[in-house]
Design a protein around this ligand. Structure first.
Ligand SMILES: *Cc1c(COP(=O)(O)O)cnc(C)c1O
Length: 205
């Protein structure tokens, strides 16, 4: 059976909440906001945790992300990837990255369009300090589980199309607290779970 990795999304929660989850055996944590995430990475540096940046990324914040995180899931344009590659410390292993894809087709959403994905994927795969691992999506929230599954199936098919073009990716970062069953059913390899682990966030994220 394929393994699904659990990423504990600790945004808005204090370092002590991460410490407790780490004491219970959780190793991988996801953060959305650069300042908040970097503060936790530094506060908990001795614990040997694996930090993933999963939020929107502006080009003026790439240096902090490049050097405090092991993974970035939210790359949706080449300029950001180029900066991360240029800024990643040469003494660190390559930054593990996923491309965020807009599978819902809403104009307001971040993520590269499925049409533009192959070109972006080829360009990112060629960057020296990045290791392109997979695709990530945040479909529109819906209680319709059939629709949830269609969105996740679309991301899996995009991954398979890239494999057909010679670009083999091992990671599908898909599924959150409210849709993780559908994501796993469609082949997720990494679910990003906040609320179901830490509880309801006290401010919106
Ligand atoms: C907040 C967030 C999550 C976790 O969401 P929950 O519904 O709390 O599980 C996952 N992925 C991203 C990109 C997020 O911003």
């Amino acid at each position: 059976m394929d393994e699904v990795k659990l990423l504990a999304v600790s945004k808005t929660w204090p370092a002590d909440a991460v410490r407790s989850a780490a004491a219970a055996g959780q190793r991988a944590f996801g953060e959305n906001y650069v300042q908040e995430g970097v503060a936790k990475v530094e506060a908990l540096a001795g614990l040997g945790l694996e930090w993933h940046f999963i939020g929107p990324l502006q080009s003026n914040k790439t240096r902090l992300v490049a050097n405090h995180f092991a993974w970035v899931h939210s790359i949706d344009r080449l300029r950001i990837a180029q900066r991360l590659s240029e800024q990643r410390d040469v003494h660190l292993p390559p930054l593990q990255v996923c491309l965020q894809v807009n599978v819902s087709g809403e104009d307001s959403k971040s993520g590269v369009s499925p049409d533009e994905l192959p070109e972006l994927a080829r360009a990112v795969a060629a960057l020296p300090r990045l290791s392109l691992r997979g695709l990530m999506a945040i479909p529109e929230p819906t209680p319709d589980t059939a629709l949830q599954r269609r969105r996740f199936a679309q991301l899996r098919q995009l991954r398979d199309q890239l494999a057909g073009q010679g670009l083999v990716l091992d990671t599908l970062s898909m599924g959150m607290s409210d849709d993780l069953e559908a994501a796993i059913a469609e082949g997720s390899t990494m679910v990003r779970v906040g609320t179901a682990i830490f509880g309801t966030r006290s401010y919106p994220a």
